[in-house]
Write a protein that binds this ligand. Structure first.
Ligand code: ADP
Ligand code: ZN
Ligand code: ZN
Length: 728
């Protein structure tokens, strides 16, 4: 008897046993194939993980799968292994993990189809025509000649040759040509001339080459503008030259069309992009291009890490420190960590690049697990900017801007350069308060205040998205004295438009930039180099190059300083270094002004006097003392429930049940309310599990999941496990 072990997309942490579908050949049942199975009253698409000679189920209880959906697996053995690993490491249901490796259409059980393009070919009659036929109709003769030369020609190719569909239809009417579907072949990619590497780049390139094309993890720590992207491009050129494909993970494609543009300028190759902005059909095509091997370079966001490649040769994770690589709901994984595992499984090199590497990666590099490369000079002639603190205690602020900053802006704009202002808060003001009684506008569904958006005349919650019309009176005392307090980008923008009206001003945040077109248009405008003011949130710091920006103003440094999260200081240092890195490129020396009420704060002093690398080393030492990641391991078991007490009770029970099975060295803390306990009407509580050993952490993760499954999570309660959580 052969029993199929299947990953079925359900929330259960187990594989399911089924008998093979009737009439299926043993050799067709390869790990990774999709199988349709009856599950309760539903039909589900499941994934074959392995075979077994026996089952724990009674033979009578074993059901047979309905149909085998693929004659061969659509995902590579490497991806099957990666999914198995991820399901175990993140203790996530295998069915949901395997789903991450397929586009929606295939998850839904649709038949696999190769990517094809519509084209034309000759009929038997057409093939019989002699060369030089149809002389009276030169266009038709030209089309005929093209089809005779190349068998099948795509509609696009014909149009490029000036042969529209009318001409082909004429041939069709004469019974000479017919429509066809063409399968793309694998073209040879061509790399254009690379830049001549500088001394640091040359050293890195030869070290990467010397390490070979087997598995190695390279941490490329290079200051902003040091030419990391050029390193990726040259390594990719090598990879393509050896006939293999490259996978490039970046934080957000929608916002960085010019990253993709740099790749397509360098390579005459098929480049496919995978990101959340794609519709199901587009995503399928992109996935299929990667899988079949027709795409040479696959550029994608987080979820692309599970995309099967026919000939994997290199993985690049750009801005590896970026938090968007961590999936924060459902299947909670770190795409960076999964990428490293994948490179190991596929036995290919991986490059993690950043100006501000995560402490995790830095630690791995220092331990010798990763090969560490550093670039401390900017490429070309551009200089690193100078950082200065601006003490704003007692300073008369206008829309948050001090006289020192305003003067510097004036000077910069008048000398024909661009200014970038950073304020990490959208909207007009973060608080609306009644001056007479102290009432504050709060979200009904979250433990959070509502943000005032004045232009839309709305109050909005930035956590659950609800909005309500701006009120004129205090609901508590009916006073009209409602004050907007605190500062958001909309307010600063309004003020600047009035007082700096000579120069164009662009606000960049998720309210003003909807979709990639608006960002692309803006980036082009800015690259024109005319003086202007850019005002934005974190969105501005993501991978953009603004060569003419000579002044960066950090409007509210203090908001970055006081975080309760143990990663707070790391994030502040990364964010500041990244924002500052936008300035002073291309020979314009840059200046960065940090407005603060705490000029003597140790974090600020460290930022002014040390580069990111030194700050990071000091932070690592503190993490070591506190045995916090990466020098300790964390898990969080979360409950999420409309009833706060029920959620906490669940975690208490879980703790009681798991504790006797946990070895010494596993510290369970809680249950405690999550940082923002109520969000969108649901209460979140958490158990924090701390260990000093990865194996202990894995053991605890398995035990927690095992026990949690025994507990009946009543009604609307849901629970989840977060391995290596980002926010604690
Ligand atoms: P990073 O990715 O480290 O921020 P980039 O690769 O984007 O750096 O390079 C920054 C700028 O320097 C870009 O404008 C790039 O074209 C230029 N650059 C990179 N390498 C070289 C080189 N070897 N010679 C000349 N210019 C270079
Ligand atoms: Zn009031
Ligand atoms: Zn809310």
């Amino acid at each position: 008897m052969s029993v199929l072990k299947l990953a079925v997309p359900t929330p259960l942490h187990t594989l399911f046993d089924y008998l093979p579908p009737a009439g299926s050949a043993e050799e067709a049942l390869q790990p990774g194939v999709r199988v349709q199975v009856p599950f309760g009253r539903r039909k589900l698409t499941a994934y074959l993980v392995s075979h077994s000679a026996t089952s724990d189920l009674e033979p009578a209880a074993l059901k047979a799968a309905d149909t085998l959906l693929d004659p061969q697996p659509l995902i590579s053995p490497g991806i099957v292994a990666l999914c198995n690993w991820a399901s175990e490491y993140y203790q996530h249901p295998p069915g949901e993990v395997f789903q991450a490796a397929f586009p929606r259409l295939l998850r839904d059980g649709k038949a696999h189809r190769c990517n094809t393009v519509a084209g034309w070919e000759l009929t038997t009659r057409g093939k019989g025509l002699p060369e030089g036929a149809l002389a009276r109709s030169p266009k038709q003769a030209q089309a005929l000649a093209m089809l005779q030369r190349e068998d099948q020609v795509s509609g696009a190719q014909l149009r490029r040759a000036g042969l529209g569909s009318a001409i082909l239809k004429a041939l069709e009417t004469k019974g000479l040509a017919q429509r066809c579907e063409i399968q793309p072949g694998i073209a040879s990619p061509v790399a254009r001339e690379p830049l001549r590497p500088g001394p640091e780049q040359r050293a890195v390139l030869s070290a990467i080459a010397a390490a070979g094309d087997g598995f190695n993890c390279h941490l490329l720590e290079g200051v902003t503008g040091s030419g990391k992207t050029e390193i990726y491009l040259q390594c990719i050129a090598e990879c393509l030259a050896s006939g293999r494909q490259a996978l490039v993970l970046i934080p957000e494609i929608g916002l960085t069309p010019q990253t993709v543009a740099r790749f397509s300028q360098r390579f005459n190759a098929e480049i496919t992009t995978l990101h959340s902005g794609l519709g199901d059909a587009e995503r399928y095509r992109a996935w299929e291009a990667a899988r079949s091997g027709s795409a040479h370079i696959v550029i994608g966001t987080r979820s692309a890490v599970f995309t099967s490649l026919a000939r994997p040769g290199l993985i690049v994770v750009d801005e590896e420190h970026d938090q968007s690589f961590k999936q924060q709901d459902g299947f909670r994984y770190s795409a960076r960590d999964v990428a490293v595992k994948r490179a190991q499984i596929e036995n290919c090199p991986i490059i993690l690049g950043s100006a501000t590497p995560s402490l995790e990666s830095l630690h791995n590099a220092l331990q010798g697990r990763y090969i560490h490369h550093r670039m401390q000079q900017r490429a070309g002639n551009s200089q690193m900017p100078a950082l200065e603190a601006v003490d704003i205690r007692k300073a008369p602020l206008q829309a948050g801007l001090s006289p020192t900053l305003l003067e510097a802006m004036q000077h910069c704009l008048e000398s024909g350069q661009q200014v970038l202002l950073f304020l990490n808060r959208r909207g007009y003001a973060p608080t609306l308060q009644c001056h007479d009684c102290g009432w504050i506008a709060e979200c009904d569904h979250c433990d959070a205040r509502l943000t005032l958006h004045r232009r839309q005349r709305q109050l909005r919650c930035h956590h659950c998205g609800v909005s309500q019309p701006l009120r004129q009176r205090c609901p508590s005392c009916h006073s009209e004295q409602l004050l907007a307090t605190g500062l958001g980008t909309e307010q600063t923008e309004e003020w600047l438009r009035r007082h700096f009206s000579r120069w164009p001003m662009y606000r960049v945040d998720s309210d003003s930039m909807r979709g990639r077109e608006s960002m692309q248009a803006l980036v082009e405008q800015i690259h024109g180099g005319d003086p202007c003011i850019l005002l934005g949130t974190q969105m501005l710091t993501k991978g953009h190059h603004f060569p003419a920006v000579a002044l960066v103003g950090i409007i509210d440094m203090d908001s970055m300083l006081f975080s309760t999260d143990f990663r707070g200081e790391e994030r502040a240092a990364q964010l500041l270094t990244q924002v500052a890195g936008r300035a002073g490129r291309d020979e314009v020396p840059g200046r960065v002004l940090l407005q603060t009420h705490h000029p003597d704060n140790p974090t600020i002093t460290a930022m002014l006097t040390q580069d990111y690398h030194h700050q990071a080393m000091a932070m690592l030492a503190r993490r070591r003392e506190a045995t916090m990641p990466p020098l300790g391991y964390l898990l969080i078991a979360r409950s999420d429930c409309t009833d706060a007490a029920a959620g906490e009770q669940f975690l208490n029970r879980l703790r009681e049940m798991a504790q006797p099975h946990l070895p010494a060295g596993v510290n369970v803390i809680g249950p405690l309310p999550a940082p923002m306990q109520r969000r969108a009407g649901r209460f979140r509580s958490q158990l924090l599990v701390h260990t000093c050993d990865r194996r202990l952490s894995q053991l605890a993760a398995r035990r927690l999941v095992q026990e949690a499954q025994k507990l009946r999570a009543g009604g609307n309660l849901s629970w989840s496990l977060d391995v290596d959580p980002q926010d604690v």
